[in-house]
Design a protein. Structure first.
Ligand SMILES: [Zn+2]
Length: 353
């Protein structure tokens, strides 16, 4: 294993960021290469905990000569966000200087343009340099995993439909309860990787990418950082890497994926019609029927008509829920995976990973 730091100069005098990168050299030519990062949203730590234990397992595998394909691991992908303590709260999701989501605005390039990502990198701001380094490393691999988490959530993932159903092995290995099939239309990290692969050849757009995978994994909620979960998830990811031939082992067949698979159009984003205190009646992991009471918003406390009930627009599985108990008008409350398309309009691409 080799550990090195990528140095990213800050945008003000006296600041520089260090990005530790762990690299394992594969021994088998042609074996798939893997790139895994966590905490691109710097306050999402389940993936960092997972990677701590995964690295332990990879070191062990390396000592036994079992690393077949190159593996690159970045356990804390966003030192810039991790430093943004703002009025006592970590703001790891948006760059404070530009208000840009750290998981958006990745360059949408063709694979052949990869060398250009880090050429003359001094022209770019620190946040853009970070994105370019991350994307450049990822595009050297065939299996790319970006580990995030939701606010309160089940284990689930955003997977571009181009990788489905081949990616059911990852969903099974990580014991996911749901998979959201996305249409790959935003500038999120995972979608920038897939974009480059789809545009590998000049002018054409590939609609099938066998043996490749670029995915945003949502490792439950921000507070789901525990030794047992991190160990179990590391074990699952290790089994996935074995299954894909990155690590040698006697292949134990993975169990079949038994969770819900829903295109993004079938996700009901439940929003608050007005501001107020949120009283949830239902929680993540629960199956609800159309018309069932999900939450009550106390919009005008003490008034006879001051409370507003929110009901489920259709049958489904509650996959995420916010942890705040104060809603602003139109703020998101829940994501429900449903069998039918939602009647609400949505923007293309990953919802808000
Ligand atoms: Zn995230």
């Amino acid at each position: 294993m080799n550990v090195s730091d990528i140095i990213i100069a800050g945008d003000t005098p006296g600041i520089e960021w260090r990005l530790p990168v762990f690299r394992f050299k594969g021994t088998k030519p042609g074996a798939p290469q893997a790139y895994i990062q966590a905490a691109l949203h710097a306050n999402e730590l389940p993936g960092t905990a997972l990677l701590h234990f995964l690295l332990e397992k990879l070191r062990q595998a390396e000592s036994e000569g079992r690393i077949l394909g190159d593996i690159t691991v970045v356990p804390q992908a966003n030192p810039i966000g991790a430093a943004q303590l703002h009025f006592g709260e970590l703001q790891g999701r948006f760059d404070l200087g530009t208000r840009t989501n750290f998981n958006r605005d990745f360059p949408l390039i063709a694979l052949g343009e990869r060398p250009g990502l880090v050429e003359n990198i001094d022209r770019h701001t620190a946040a853009d340099r970070l994105k370019r380094h991350l994307l450049s490393m990822a595009l050297g691999a065939e299996l790319v995993l970006d580990l995030h988490c939701d606010d309160e959530g089940l284990q689930y993932a955003y997977i571009d439909e181009v990788f489905w159903p081949e990616a059911a092995d990852l969903a099974a290995a990580l014991d996911m309860q749901a998979v959201f099939l996305s249409d790959g239309e935003s500038s999120a990290f995972e979608e920038a990787v897939a974009h480059a692969w789809k545009h590998e050849g000049a002018g054409e757009r590939r609609t099938s990418l066998p043996r490749r995978l670029s995915v945003t994994v949502e490792l439950r909620g921000t507070r789901d950082v525990y030794p047992e979960l991190a160990h179990r998830d590391a074990e699952g990811l290790f089994r996935f890497l074995i299954g894909r031939g990155v690590i040698a082992a006697d292949r134990q067949p993975l169990p079949a994926f038994g969770g819900v698979v829903a295109p993004l159009d079938n996700i009901e984003m439940i929003r608050a019609p007005e501001a107020g205190a949120i009283l949830f009646h239902r929680g993540i992991g629960e199956r609800v029927k159309e018309g069932e009471l999900l939450a009550t918003i106390i919009a005008r406390p003490g008034m006879v008509d001051g409370a507003i009930d929110i009901r489920s627009p259709q049958d489904g599985l509650i996959v995420t829920r916010v942890s705040t108990r104060f809603a602003r008008r139109h703020s998101d409350l829940m994501k429900i995976a449903c069998a039918e398309a939602s009647r609400a309009a949505r923007k293309p691409g990953t919802l808000e990973a």
